[in-house]
Design a protein. Structure first.
Length: 386
Protein backbone atom coordinates (compact mmCIF):
# COMPACT_ATOMS: atom_id res chain seq x y z
CA UNK A 1 0.00 0.00 0.00
CA UNK A 2 2.82 2.36 0.90
CA UNK A 3 4.66 1.48 -2.33
CA UNK A 4 2.01 3.17 -4.48
CA UNK A 5 2.12 6.23 -2.20
CA UNK A 6 5.90 6.51 -2.64
CA UNK A 7 5.57 6.10 -6.41
CA UNK A 8 2.86 8.77 -6.45
CA UNK A 9 5.13 11.11 -4.50
CA UNK A 10 7.96 10.45 -6.97
CA UNK A 11 5.68 11.22 -9.92
CA UNK A 12 4.54 14.46 -8.28
CA UNK A 13 8.13 15.58 -7.70
CA UNK A 14 9.04 14.88 -11.34
CA UNK A 15 5.92 16.68 -12.52
CA UNK A 16 6.74 19.76 -10.47
CA UNK A 17 9.95 20.16 -12.50
CA UNK A 18 8.77 19.04 -15.96
CA UNK A 19 5.39 20.78 -16.24
CA UNK A 20 6.56 24.36 -15.46
CA UNK A 21 9.49 23.89 -17.86
CA UNK A 22 7.06 23.03 -20.66
CA UNK A 23 4.65 25.85 -19.81
CA UNK A 24 7.39 28.50 -19.66
CA UNK A 25 8.92 27.70 -23.07
CA UNK A 26 7.87 30.63 -25.26
CA UNK A 27 8.90 29.48 -28.73
CA UNK A 28 7.50 27.96 -31.90
CA UNK A 29 6.46 24.83 -29.98
CA UNK A 30 4.53 26.82 -27.38
CA UNK A 31 1.09 25.36 -28.12
CA UNK A 32 2.39 21.80 -28.48
CA UNK A 33 4.34 22.03 -25.22
CA UNK A 34 1.29 23.34 -23.38
CA UNK A 35 -0.79 20.45 -24.66
CA UNK A 36 1.85 18.04 -23.35
CA UNK A 37 1.95 19.91 -20.03
CA UNK A 38 -1.85 19.67 -19.76
CA UNK A 39 -1.62 15.93 -20.37
CA UNK A 40 0.88 15.63 -17.52
CA UNK A 41 -1.26 17.82 -15.24
CA UNK A 42 -4.16 15.38 -15.76
CA UNK A 43 -1.90 12.55 -14.65
CA UNK A 44 -0.66 14.57 -11.68
CA UNK A 45 -4.25 14.98 -10.48
CA UNK A 46 -4.55 11.22 -10.47
CA UNK A 47 -1.34 10.49 -8.56
CA UNK A 48 -2.10 13.37 -6.20
CA UNK A 49 -5.46 11.79 -5.51
CA UNK A 50 -3.75 8.45 -4.77
CA UNK A 51 -1.21 10.07 -2.44
CA UNK A 52 -3.79 12.13 -0.54
CA UNK A 53 -5.96 9.04 -0.23
CA UNK A 54 -3.14 7.10 1.42
CA UNK A 55 -2.50 10.01 3.76
CA UNK A 56 -6.26 10.06 4.47
CA UNK A 57 -6.44 13.77 3.66
CA UNK A 58 -9.32 13.21 1.23
CA UNK A 59 -12.37 10.97 1.35
CA UNK A 60 -11.65 8.63 -1.57
CA UNK A 61 -14.87 6.70 -0.98
CA UNK A 62 -17.03 9.65 -2.09
CA UNK A 63 -15.03 11.22 -4.89
CA UNK A 64 -16.67 13.53 -7.43
CA UNK A 65 -16.79 11.84 -10.84
CA UNK A 66 -14.92 14.79 -12.41
CA UNK A 67 -11.81 13.91 -10.41
CA UNK A 68 -11.94 10.46 -12.01
CA UNK A 69 -12.73 11.65 -15.55
CA UNK A 70 -10.07 14.38 -15.83
CA UNK A 71 -7.02 12.08 -15.32
CA UNK A 72 -8.42 9.74 -17.98
CA UNK A 73 -8.38 12.63 -20.47
CA UNK A 74 -4.58 12.77 -20.38
CA UNK A 75 -4.34 10.82 -23.66
CA UNK A 76 -6.63 13.32 -25.41
CA UNK A 77 -4.19 16.17 -24.79
CA UNK A 78 -1.29 13.89 -25.68
CA UNK A 79 -3.00 13.14 -29.01
CA UNK A 80 -3.34 16.90 -29.54
CA UNK A 81 0.38 17.27 -28.83
CA UNK A 82 1.23 14.62 -31.43
CA UNK A 83 -1.03 16.29 -34.01
CA UNK A 84 0.59 19.66 -33.41
CA UNK A 85 4.09 18.18 -33.66
CA UNK A 86 3.52 16.32 -36.92
CA UNK A 87 1.47 19.10 -38.53
CA UNK A 88 2.38 22.61 -37.26
CA UNK A 89 -0.66 24.12 -39.02
CA UNK A 90 -3.00 22.04 -36.84
CA UNK A 91 -5.41 24.30 -34.97
CA UNK A 92 -7.20 23.57 -31.70
CA UNK A 93 -10.93 24.09 -32.22
CA UNK A 94 -14.09 23.60 -30.21
CA UNK A 95 -14.71 20.41 -32.16
CA UNK A 96 -11.59 18.93 -30.58
CA UNK A 97 -13.41 19.03 -27.25
CA UNK A 98 -15.58 16.19 -28.54
CA UNK A 99 -12.58 13.90 -28.05
CA UNK A 100 -13.02 14.39 -24.29
CA UNK A 101 -16.64 13.27 -24.29
CA UNK A 102 -16.08 9.47 -24.32
CA UNK A 103 -14.12 9.65 -21.06
CA UNK A 104 -16.61 11.91 -19.29
CA UNK A 105 -19.49 9.79 -20.61
CA UNK A 106 -17.84 6.58 -19.37
CA UNK A 107 -17.29 7.96 -15.88
CA UNK A 108 -20.73 9.59 -15.72
CA UNK A 109 -22.56 6.42 -16.79
CA UNK A 110 -20.66 4.30 -14.28
CA UNK A 111 -20.37 6.83 -11.46
CA UNK A 112 -22.79 4.93 -9.22
CA UNK A 113 -20.63 1.82 -9.41
CA UNK A 114 -17.23 3.51 -9.14
CA UNK A 115 -16.33 3.53 -5.47
CA UNK A 116 -12.91 3.65 -3.84
CA UNK A 117 -13.86 2.36 -0.42
CA UNK A 118 -11.77 -0.47 1.02
CA UNK A 119 -14.50 -3.02 0.28
CA UNK A 120 -14.87 -1.81 -3.35
CA UNK A 121 -11.10 -1.95 -3.90
CA UNK A 122 -11.01 -5.46 -2.43
CA UNK A 123 -13.78 -6.61 -4.80
CA UNK A 124 -11.91 -5.15 -7.79
CA UNK A 125 -8.76 -7.19 -7.10
CA UNK A 126 -10.07 -10.23 -8.92
CA UNK A 127 -12.69 -12.86 -9.46
CA UNK A 128 -15.88 -13.34 -11.42
CA UNK A 129 -18.25 -11.60 -11.87
CA UNK A 130 -16.16 -8.43 -12.13
CA UNK A 131 -17.05 -5.50 -9.91
CA UNK A 132 -18.15 -2.17 -11.48
CA UNK A 133 -14.73 -0.71 -10.64
CA UNK A 134 -13.00 -3.60 -12.46
CA UNK A 135 -15.23 -3.11 -15.53
CA UNK A 136 -14.52 0.63 -15.49
CA UNK A 137 -10.78 -0.06 -15.37
CA UNK A 138 -10.96 -2.36 -18.41
CA UNK A 139 -13.06 0.08 -20.46
CA UNK A 140 -10.87 3.02 -19.46
CA UNK A 141 -7.65 1.25 -20.43
CA UNK A 142 -9.20 0.14 -23.72
CA UNK A 143 -10.43 3.63 -24.58
CA UNK A 144 -7.05 5.20 -23.84
CA UNK A 145 -5.31 2.53 -25.92
CA UNK A 146 -7.49 3.43 -28.94
CA UNK A 147 -6.44 7.10 -28.69
CA UNK A 148 -2.77 6.20 -28.36
CA UNK A 149 -2.95 3.72 -31.24
CA UNK A 150 -4.20 6.58 -33.42
CA UNK A 151 -1.37 8.81 -32.14
CA UNK A 152 1.15 6.10 -33.04
CA UNK A 153 -0.39 5.85 -36.51
CA UNK A 154 0.13 9.60 -36.95
CA UNK A 155 3.83 9.30 -36.06
CA UNK A 156 4.23 6.51 -38.64
CA UNK A 157 2.51 8.65 -41.26
CA UNK A 158 4.85 11.52 -40.42
CA UNK A 159 7.92 9.29 -40.75
CA UNK A 160 6.76 8.16 -44.19
CA UNK A 161 5.93 11.73 -45.21
CA UNK A 162 9.33 13.19 -44.36
CA UNK A 163 11.02 10.48 -46.42
CA UNK A 164 9.10 11.79 -49.43
CA UNK A 165 10.34 15.36 -48.90
CA UNK A 166 13.69 15.27 -47.07
CA UNK A 167 17.02 13.68 -47.98
CA UNK A 168 18.29 13.98 -44.39
CA UNK A 169 15.83 13.44 -41.55
CA UNK A 170 17.92 13.64 -38.36
CA UNK A 171 16.45 16.97 -37.26
CA UNK A 172 12.87 16.32 -38.35
CA UNK A 173 12.24 12.64 -37.63
CA UNK A 174 10.53 12.93 -34.19
CA UNK A 175 11.87 9.43 -33.49
CA UNK A 176 11.79 10.09 -29.74
CA UNK A 177 8.05 10.86 -29.92
CA UNK A 178 7.31 7.60 -31.70
CA UNK A 179 9.27 5.68 -29.05
CA UNK A 180 7.47 7.58 -26.29
CA UNK A 181 4.02 6.83 -27.73
CA UNK A 182 4.89 3.16 -28.20
CA UNK A 183 6.15 2.80 -24.62
CA UNK A 184 3.04 4.56 -23.31
CA UNK A 185 0.80 2.32 -25.44
CA UNK A 186 2.67 -0.77 -24.22
CA UNK A 187 2.11 0.28 -20.59
CA UNK A 188 -1.60 0.74 -21.27
CA UNK A 189 -1.87 -2.67 -22.90
CA UNK A 190 -0.07 -4.27 -19.94
CA UNK A 191 -2.50 -2.51 -17.60
CA UNK A 192 -5.42 -3.75 -19.69
CA UNK A 193 -4.03 -7.29 -19.61
CA UNK A 194 -3.65 -7.15 -15.82
CA UNK A 195 -7.26 -5.99 -15.49
CA UNK A 196 -8.47 -8.83 -17.71
CA UNK A 197 -6.39 -11.47 -15.91
CA UNK A 198 -7.82 -10.28 -12.60
CA UNK A 199 -11.24 -11.42 -13.79
CA UNK A 200 -10.15 -15.08 -13.76
CA UNK A 201 -11.32 -16.93 -10.63
CA UNK A 202 -8.64 -17.42 -7.98
CA UNK A 203 -6.17 -14.92 -9.49
CA UNK A 204 -5.24 -11.80 -7.56
CA UNK A 205 -2.44 -9.53 -8.77
CA UNK A 206 -0.69 -6.65 -7.02
CA UNK A 207 -2.70 -3.49 -6.26
CA UNK A 208 -3.66 -1.66 -9.45
CA UNK A 209 -2.43 1.69 -8.12
CA UNK A 210 1.18 0.42 -7.97
CA UNK A 211 1.27 -0.32 -11.70
CA UNK A 212 -0.64 2.85 -12.58
CA UNK A 213 1.59 5.23 -10.61
CA UNK A 214 4.70 3.33 -11.72
CA UNK A 215 3.64 3.84 -15.34
CA UNK A 216 3.29 7.58 -14.79
CA UNK A 217 6.78 7.71 -13.27
CA UNK A 218 8.13 5.93 -16.39
CA UNK A 219 6.34 8.42 -18.66
CA UNK A 220 7.75 11.40 -16.74
CA UNK A 221 11.26 9.95 -16.86
CA UNK A 222 10.99 9.38 -20.62
CA UNK A 223 10.09 13.02 -21.18
CA UNK A 224 12.85 14.15 -18.82
CA UNK A 225 15.50 12.03 -20.55
CA UNK A 226 14.33 13.23 -23.97
CA UNK A 227 14.70 16.84 -22.82
CA UNK A 228 18.22 16.16 -21.51
CA UNK A 229 19.50 14.15 -24.48
CA UNK A 230 17.83 16.32 -27.15
CA UNK A 231 17.03 19.71 -25.60
CA UNK A 232 15.94 21.12 -28.97
CA UNK A 233 13.03 18.69 -29.41
CA UNK A 234 10.75 20.92 -27.36
CA UNK A 235 11.84 24.12 -29.13
CA UNK A 236 12.84 23.39 -32.74
CA UNK A 237 10.01 24.15 -35.12
CA UNK A 238 8.81 21.12 -37.04
CA UNK A 239 8.68 21.62 -40.82
CA UNK A 240 5.38 21.76 -42.65
CA UNK A 241 4.96 18.48 -44.51
CA UNK A 242 2.77 18.87 -47.57
CA UNK A 243 1.84 15.19 -47.62
CA UNK A 244 0.24 15.47 -44.18
CA UNK A 245 -2.29 18.09 -45.25
CA UNK A 246 -5.26 15.75 -45.26
CA UNK A 247 -5.33 11.98 -45.19
CA UNK A 248 -6.09 11.07 -48.79
CA UNK A 249 -2.62 9.61 -49.34
CA UNK A 250 -2.59 7.35 -46.28
CA UNK A 251 -2.89 3.60 -46.46
CA UNK A 252 -4.83 1.63 -43.87
CA UNK A 253 -1.56 0.88 -42.05
CA UNK A 254 -0.83 4.58 -41.65
CA UNK A 255 1.92 4.90 -44.27
CA UNK A 256 1.80 7.03 -47.37
CA UNK A 257 0.42 5.35 -50.43
CA UNK A 258 2.90 5.67 -53.28
CA UNK A 259 1.39 3.07 -55.58
CA UNK A 260 -0.35 3.62 -58.86
CA UNK A 261 -3.72 4.31 -57.27
CA UNK A 262 -2.38 7.49 -55.74
CA UNK A 263 -1.64 8.90 -59.20
CA UNK A 264 -4.85 7.98 -61.00
CA UNK A 265 -5.74 11.65 -61.43
CA UNK A 266 -2.19 12.78 -62.22
CA UNK A 267 -1.70 14.93 -65.33
CA UNK A 268 1.68 13.30 -65.97
CA UNK A 269 1.46 11.04 -69.04
CA UNK A 270 3.57 7.83 -69.22
CA UNK A 271 5.58 9.23 -72.15
CA UNK A 272 6.37 12.48 -70.34
CA UNK A 273 7.18 10.58 -67.16
CA UNK A 274 9.66 8.33 -68.97
CA UNK A 275 11.35 11.30 -70.66
CA UNK A 276 11.51 13.24 -67.39
CA UNK A 277 12.93 10.20 -65.59
CA UNK A 278 15.79 9.97 -68.10
CA UNK A 279 16.46 13.70 -67.73
CA UNK A 280 16.43 13.35 -63.95
CA UNK A 281 19.01 10.56 -64.05
CA UNK A 282 21.24 12.70 -66.26
CA UNK A 283 20.82 15.63 -63.88
CA UNK A 284 21.82 13.49 -60.90
CA UNK A 285 24.99 12.34 -62.66
CA UNK A 286 26.03 15.70 -64.11
CA UNK A 287 25.17 18.14 -61.29
CA UNK A 288 25.25 15.79 -58.26
CA UNK A 289 22.60 17.71 -56.27
CA UNK A 290 22.66 14.93 -53.66
CA UNK A 291 25.89 16.42 -52.29
CA UNK A 292 23.81 19.23 -50.78
CA UNK A 293 23.08 17.85 -47.32
CA UNK A 294 19.82 19.76 -46.81
CA UNK A 295 18.39 18.90 -50.24
CA UNK A 296 14.59 18.71 -50.27
CA UNK A 297 12.13 17.51 -52.87
CA UNK A 298 11.24 21.12 -53.74
CA UNK A 299 14.93 21.96 -54.33
CA UNK A 300 15.40 19.09 -56.76
CA UNK A 301 12.11 19.96 -58.48
CA UNK A 302 13.42 23.46 -59.19
CA UNK A 303 16.66 22.06 -60.64
CA UNK A 304 14.74 19.57 -62.79
CA UNK A 305 12.17 22.23 -63.74
CA UNK A 306 9.18 20.04 -62.91
CA UNK A 307 6.43 20.31 -60.27
CA UNK A 308 7.31 18.63 -56.93
CA UNK A 309 4.29 16.30 -57.12
CA UNK A 310 5.38 15.09 -60.57
CA UNK A 311 8.94 14.59 -59.33
CA UNK A 312 7.70 12.55 -56.39
CA UNK A 313 5.53 10.44 -58.71
CA UNK A 314 8.42 9.78 -61.10
CA UNK A 315 10.75 8.70 -58.29
CA UNK A 316 8.08 6.51 -56.70
CA UNK A 317 7.10 4.78 -59.94
CA UNK A 318 10.38 4.55 -61.87
CA UNK A 319 12.87 4.07 -59.03
CA UNK A 320 10.34 2.31 -56.78
CA UNK A 321 11.72 4.39 -53.89
CA UNK A 322 10.76 7.42 -51.89
CA UNK A 323 12.77 10.66 -52.15
CA UNK A 324 14.90 9.87 -49.09
CA UNK A 325 15.93 6.45 -50.44
CA UNK A 326 16.52 7.80 -53.95
CA UNK A 327 18.90 10.56 -52.86
CA UNK A 328 20.73 8.47 -50.27
CA UNK A 329 21.44 5.71 -52.78
CA UNK A 330 23.50 8.26 -54.73
CA UNK A 331 25.20 9.37 -51.53
CA UNK A 332 26.12 5.79 -50.63
CA UNK A 333 27.58 5.28 -54.12
CA UNK A 334 29.64 8.45 -53.67
CA UNK A 335 30.81 7.23 -50.24
CA UNK A 336 31.92 3.84 -51.57
CA UNK A 337 33.98 5.56 -54.25
CA UNK A 338 35.68 7.79 -51.68
CA UNK A 339 36.42 4.83 -49.40
CA UNK A 340 37.88 2.82 -52.30
CA UNK A 341 39.96 5.68 -53.72
CA UNK A 342 41.21 7.18 -50.42
CA UNK A 343 41.91 4.36 -47.92
CA UNK A 344 43.13 6.75 -45.21
CA UNK A 345 40.26 9.21 -45.41
CA UNK A 346 38.41 10.10 -42.19
CA UNK A 347 34.85 8.88 -41.86
CA UNK A 348 33.46 12.31 -41.02
CA UNK A 349 35.02 13.60 -44.24
CA UNK A 350 33.40 10.80 -46.24
CA UNK A 351 30.05 11.56 -44.63
CA UNK A 352 30.13 15.29 -45.35
CA UNK A 353 31.58 14.97 -48.86
CA UNK A 354 28.90 12.43 -49.75
CA UNK A 355 26.03 14.72 -48.73
CA UNK A 356 25.23 13.43 -45.24
CA UNK A 357 24.85 15.98 -42.46
CA UNK A 358 26.33 13.80 -39.71
CA UNK A 359 28.58 10.80 -39.24
CA UNK A 360 25.89 8.89 -37.35
CA UNK A 361 23.39 9.31 -40.20
CA UNK A 362 26.07 8.20 -42.67
CA UNK A 363 26.90 5.06 -40.65
CA UNK A 364 23.26 4.08 -40.27
CA UNK A 365 22.36 4.55 -43.94
CA UNK A 366 25.57 2.88 -45.15
CA UNK A 367 24.98 -0.21 -42.98
CA UNK A 368 21.35 -0.41 -44.14
CA UNK A 369 22.33 -0.21 -47.82
CA UNK A 370 25.60 -2.18 -47.98
CA UNK A 371 25.26 -4.52 -45.02
CA UNK A 372 28.67 -3.46 -43.69
CA UNK A 373 29.87 -0.49 -41.68
CA UNK A 374 32.00 2.02 -43.61
CA UNK A 375 35.16 0.79 -41.84
CA UNK A 376 34.36 -2.83 -42.62
CA UNK A 377 33.78 -1.89 -46.25
CA UNK A 378 37.07 0.03 -46.38
CA UNK A 379 39.02 -2.92 -44.91
CA UNK A 380 37.33 -5.27 -47.36
CA UNK A 381 38.30 -2.99 -50.27
CA UNK A 382 41.92 -2.90 -49.06
CA UNK A 383 42.16 -6.69 -48.86
CA UNK A 384 40.69 -7.07 -52.36
CA UNK A 385 43.13 -4.53 -53.84
CA UNK A 386 46.22 -5.96 -52.12
Amino acid sequence: MYSSALLALGALVLGVFIIPALLLKNDSHKIANRLLATSLVCQMLSVGFILLGHLRWVDVANTNFLFIAIPSCSVVFLLGYVKKMVEPSYQITLANACLLLPFFALVFLMKEGIRFSESALAEARGGWPPSPLAVFSILNYGLQAIYLAYAEKLTRSYTSAIENEFSNKDKVSLRWLRIFIRVYLLLLLIGLSISLIRMLPGIELWPRSIFYTGSIVVIYYLIGFAAILQPDIFSTRAPQIEALKGTTDLRADGTLNSKAGKYETSSLTPELAQRTWLNLQALMEEQAPYLKNDLRLSDLAILANIPPNHLSQIINQHANKNFFEFINDYRITQATQLLAEQPNIKMITVALESGFNSQSAFYKQFKNSIGLTPKQYMLQSRSQNS
